[in-house]
Design a protein. Structure first.
Length: 311
């Protein structure tokens, strides 16, 4: 059985391209697109597989775009289970403007997922997650799915004897209940904390309070170029980011979470797991478009980060 099982309720067919300049009301000639299977949990499973981990992705899929995601995961040899639904899986578009180097991201809404389809997905997840170490709920919820849906995933994890890992935002994050590990951005930490976070001291105060309130045992806050903040019952610790030249930002957070989980499966202490997650996230930044981290990059950057912490 897989060690890591991910759930993506709102997957996307990711399309990446580039054009000289983005201006209104004219035809913009773009380069040949790159297609990738996307969505939080799918990316976590893909990145974990690239890092040498044992992961399986569960997701609803509909229409031609859903079939493309299914086929591409097969070609990448990422274990997965696509649950057929009536709606059409969404697409997302990332366009790099060559003149400025800026990336523009256009996200379409997902299809409405009815109650019967939701039950099919949960049943499939429960059947495939028996024996897993971690069940990961990642990404947004599509229309038709209630904000407490991830709490039901947490209950499945408890029944399976797995640790529940959560990476979401807004009402879906707040309504998910307790988890073993939550990966959050500063904005998501503010949602959990219930108020804005204005400075570094408040970051640690908010993170400690979220853990003390029982929302999670481990809270990892991704801070971009400032690295990451780890909060547990033992306190807070900061981890610097790797210094890399950024080619693209898509999938960096998912690669980070994948790195953390792969390291935990290997038995690493939580601090070293977060350091490896930082390296995996930075490795994704080296890749353009929708490409995720590569194992050799992640391992090299981890060695650099580990050496820096020892010096």
């Amino acid at each position: 059985m897989p060690e890591i099982v991910t759930l993506t309720m709102n997957p996307a067919l990711d399309i990446a391209t580039a054009t000289d300049a983005i201006v209104p009301e004219i035809k913009l000639r773009c380069e040949a697109p790159r297609y990738d299977p996307g969505g939080g949990g799918i990316n976590v499973a893909r990145a974990a597989t690239m890092l040498g981990g044992d992961a399986l992705a569960v997701f609803p899929a509909g229409g031609a775009s859903g079939q493309m995601i299914d086929a591409m995961l097969g070609r990448e040899r990422v274990p997965h289970a696509a649950v057929t639904i009536a709606g059409i899986t969404r697409e997302s578009l990332a366009v790099v403007e060559r003149q400025s180097g800026r990336q523009y991201r256009f996200l379409l809404p997902g299809p409405a997922v009815g109650e019967d389809d939701q039950e099919q997905v949960l049943d499939r997840l429960a059947g495939l997650a028996a024996g897993a170490r971690f069940i990961v709920a990642s990404g947004s919820l599509p229309p038709g799915v209630s904000n407490n849906f991830y709490a039901r995933v947490g209950a499945i994890a408890e029944r399976c004897g797995a640790r529940f890992v959560l990476d979401s935002s807004g009402a879906a994050l707040v309504g998910a209940g307790a988890a073993f590990l939550i990966k959050a951005s500063l904005r998501e930490l503010a949602h959990l904390y219930g108020k804005s976070i204005d400075d570094v001291a408040m970051q640690e105060s908010a993170a400690r309070r979220v853990v003390a309130a029982g929302r999670c045992e481990v809270l990892v806050v991704s801070l971009g170029a400032a690295g990451a903040l780890l909060a547990t019952a033992d306190g807070c610790h900061r981890f610097p980011a790797a210094n890399v030249r950024v080619a693209g930002s898509i999938g960096a957070g998912d690669s980070m979470l994948a790195g953390i989980l792969v390291a935990l499966v290997r038995g690493w202490p939580i601090g070293e797991a977060v350091r490896f997650g930082n390296a995996a996230g930075a490795a994704a930044l080296l890749r353009p478009g929708t490409e995720l981290c590569r194992r050799d990059d992640a391992e090299r950057l981890y060695r650099d980060l580990a050496a820096g912490s020892a010096s």
